[in-house]
Ligand binder design. Structure first.
Ligand SMILES: Nc1ncnc2c1ncn2[C@@H]1O[C@H](COP(=O)(O)OP(=O)(O)OP(=O)(O)O)[C@@H](O)[C@H]1O
Ligand SMILES: [Mg+2]
Length: 256
């Protein structure tokens, strides 16, 4: 596990972080000199047009990817300096991830899908009861024995959220969590995420959904890999614009 640092330290800090890809067509800059800090317990929406670098940013926080230059620190630790083994431990224990297409294991029941991360982490006892509690928290305890194929999209996303919470991660990342849901179902998932933003857990949500972005107290907008707006910049230098009314900002900030 990454050590806990003093609580005044932002839980996430990007410092001049860039991610470039070498492709057949030359260098693609997915993230271009991003400097942002996110406080422990903050709820942040990341918005911006397709290709603006949102998933790249998430992948760096999740330790799925590393910067080409600059630094991403989580809990005061530069992820780029961690060995593969420690990075894998960070992915397993430090973050919970919710995807647009749920990505549940199709042959496992809802309950087993939530138990799985606890098994990978080596929990000996209490896995099933904790999984049931989590399914109850997201409102689908009665579907514990169902396979993903027997569940609606919204139900699958609830199970995926329960799974992301299984290891009690400090950071919950969601990449377009309502992107594949009808509007009413999406609304209920947004309510659920809002409930989870209780100030203890840091919640970072990539979204094209204006209703979802409007609920987040802070919205970071990306364009061409750079931060172009930040409604509540937290303790980073002068390159970040001043605070403004979040919901008004959020509605305007959606790129497409
Ligand atoms: N593995 C890769 N190889 C080459 N280029 C990549 C790779 N991954 C991402 N990119 C490029 O980096 C840029 C940012 O991609 P990213 O996936 O972060 O965008 P995004 O904002 O999440 O887009 P979307 O809303 O479509 O999911 C894009 O131009 C993309 O084509
Ligand atoms: Mg993406």
């Amino acid at each position: 596990m990454i050590d806990t640092n003093p609580s005044d330290e932002p839980i996430i800090r990007f410092t001049h972080a860039s991610r470039r890809y070498e492709t057949g067509r030359g260098t693609v800059t997915a993230l271009d000199d991003v400097s942002v800090a996110i406080a422990r317990g903050q709820w942040v929406a990341i918005v911006g047009p397709s290709g603006s670098g949102k998933s790249s940013m998430m992948n760096l926080i999740a330790g799925i990817d590393r910067t080409s230059s600059g630094e991403v620190r989580v809990n005061g630790r530069a992820l780029g300096t961690l060995s593969e083994e420690r990075l894998a431990r960070w992915r397993r224990d430090g973050v919970g991830i919710v995807f647009q297409f749920f990505q549940l294991m199709p042959t496992l029941t809802a309950l087993e899908n939530v138990v799985l991360p606890m098994e990978l982490r080596g929990f000996r006892t209490g896995k099933r009861s904790r999984a049931l509690e989590l399914l109850d928290r997201v409102g689908v305890a009665d579907l514990a024995g169902s396979l993903p194929s027997q569940l609606s999209g919204g139900e699958q996303q609830r199970v995926a959220i329960a799974r992301a919470l299984a290891n009690d991660p400090a950071i919950l990342l969601a990449d377009e969590p309502t992107g594949n849901l009808d509007s009413a179902t999406g609304e209920r998932i947004i309510d659920l995420l809002a409930e989870l933003a209780d100030g203890a857990r840091t919640l970072i949500i990539v979204t094209h959904d204006e209703r979802l972005a409007a609920r987040a107290p802070r919205v970071i907008a990306l364009a061409d890999g750079a931060v172009v707006r930040d409604t509540d910049a937290y303790s980073v230098g002068a390159d970040v614009p001043a605070r403004e009314e979040p919901s008004v900002g959020a509605a305007r900030l959606i790129g497409n």
